[in-house]
Design a protein around this ligand. Structure first.
Ligand SMILES: Cc1cc2nc3c(=O)[nH]c(=O)nc-3n(C[C@H](O)[C@H](O)[C@H](O)COP(=O)(O)OP(=O)(O)OC[C@H]3O[C@@H](n4cnc5c(N)ncnc54)[C@H](O)[C@@H]3O)c2cc1C
Length: 428
């Protein structure tokens, strides 16, 4: 029988709430401490790949996913300047994702996924407190249990503390013992939403918009668009080189429309027409911190999940996916806590399983960044020739359609992985 623990989670983003769902389903007593005063603007679209759908189904969220998510049929990749189709491959068309990986691929509004997780966690008994930013962590000493201190000076103790406080994690530095250095990647992402009506006339020129993801690949930049909110809104992620005027790390800088439009001046006129409909956007200046090699505090029961452990850049859509996998993995490892397996051993096993997996996803993202952003020249010509040649074969350098890469990424089942690891290593 699982040992029931008192668990504190710092951060109510997708990772923290996913952990709250998984752990409250398992009967643990869960409290989530969130720094923000309310859940306001929390971004736009999220691609929920089959490895995440598998987990959300286990948490009984299949119906909500079906209600709020869109199921893209295809991905179409286009050349930047004239919109030539480079490739078009199936996602859900002819049931490809379900047939190959067991589950569908969804596009969903972040606020919908966030709300689904929040409501499920609360229904399962988790307590979520806002205005509760965590500022400090202390290990147990002199008879006092380990605890976090929140901005109001209050001490909160628990058997287990989970740091899900994002890429600028406060608790991360207590785990690694020093500040975690952030480096600008040189890229920024504009995020914008259009209404279906705004996009509909563009659909006449770009019929692929209606059937799934459309991606324009160009030198140093790319644009991804897809429907969310059951098809009512169209999400755009536009990655460009960071301009001189942006020198701070933020998710929420107001995007300057003149700069965005000027950057795309020589691009596919159909894309420019689509971009001309955006009247406001948020700019996310992308920083990298590298994946941490230590996820568990050296002596305390403090563990990292999500971007706090492995900040991900948006090139293979596996950031939130990895945060959800972390949550499921941690819950599965905690099921092993017993007379034979201590809490710390379970935490060590969690980190041992998750570090290589998330580091592989980070590497895939870095590879995609280069692949997407090739300047015109011999490498780009080779890439485009490959894209055109390998539409449905799955043996392509295009990671997003390569059957081996996708089997590892989308076919992955964290629950099976934990069990395999446990059986292989009974002496954890
Ligand atoms: C443009 C873009 C597009 C993306 N698209 C995708 C995609 O399609 N699919 C995908 O899987 N991933 C995507 N990602 C990545 C994904 O957004 C992140 O990896 C994911 O949000 C990480 O979740 P998290 O819960 O770990 O962190 P966050 O979402 O950052 O949540 C952290 C939470 O902790 C709170 N917090 C911070 N500090 C404290 C503190 N001291 N105390 C208490 N609370 C605190 C914050 O307010 C926040 O609520 C994208 C990223 C970008 C930049």
């Amino acid at each position: 029988m699982t040992h029931k623990l008192n668990i504190l989670i710092a951060g109510a983003g997708l990772g923290g709430l996913a952990a709250a769902v998984a752990l409250s389903i398992d009967g643990h007593h869960v409290t989530v401490l969130e720094a923000a005063s309310e859940f306001g603007e929390i971004g736009a679209g999220i691609q929920v790949t089959p490895n995440v759908t598998r987990i959300l189904h286990r948490w009984d969220l299949a119906e909500s996913l079906g209600r709020y998510g869109c199921t893209p049929e295809t991905v179409t990749q286009l050349r930047w300047d004239d919109g030539t189709q480079l490739t078009r491959f199936s996602i859900n068309r002819d049931g490809r994702m379900e047939r190959e990986y067991g589950y569908k691929y969804y596009h969903i509004h972040r606020k919908d996924l966030h709300r689904m997780l929040l409501e499920t966690a609360q229904r399962r008994g988790a307590i979520v407190k806002v205005n509760c930013g965590v500022v400090h962590y202390t290990t147990s000493s002199e008879g006092l249990p380990q605890a976090v201190v929140t901005q109001d000076g209050f001490r909160h103790s628990a058997d287990l503390i989970i740091a899900a406080d994002g890429c600028r994690s406060t608790l991360g530095r207590f785990v690694v013992g020093s500040e975690i250095k952030a480096e600008p990647t040189g890229d920024s992402a504009y995020r914008a939403l259009l209404t279906r009506q705004q996009v509909q006339d563009a659909e006449l020129e770009i019929p692929e918009l209606a059937s799934g993801s459309v991606v324009w690949l160009g030198p140093g930049s790319h644009v991804v668009g897809y429907y969310v909110d059951g098809g009512r809104l169209y999400n755009l992620v536009i990655v460009v080189p960071t301009g001189d005027e942006v020198n701070e790390e933020s998710w929420k800088l107001p995007g300057k429309m003149e700069r965005l439009r000027a950057h795309f001046a020589g691009w596919d006129p159909r894309l420019r027409r689509l971009l001309s409909k955006i009247d406001k956007s948020l700019l996310w200046n992308l920083y990298d911190r590298g994946g941490l090699s230590q996820w568990v505090h050296p002596v305390g029961n403090l563990v990292l999940i999500g971007d706090a452990a492995h900040p991900m850049l948006p090139y293979v859509a596996q950031g939130a996916a990895s945060a959800v996998e972390d949550a499921a993995a941690l819950a599965e490892c905690l099921k092993l806590v017993s007379e034979k397996c201590s809490l710390r051993e379970a935490l060590t096993m969690y980190a041992r399983l998750r570090i290589p997996r998330t580091s592989a996803m980070r590497t895939a993202g870095q590879k995609n960044r280069v692949y997407f952003h090739l300047p015109d020249g011999p490498e780009q010509q080779q890439r485009d020739a490959d894209l055109q040649k390998y539409d449905e074969t799955g043996e392509t350098p295009n990671q997003l359609n390569n059957s081996k890469v996708l089997a590892a990424m989308y076919g992955y089942d964290i629950v099976k992985d934990v069990r395999r690891e446990y059986e292989a290593n009974q002496a954890i």
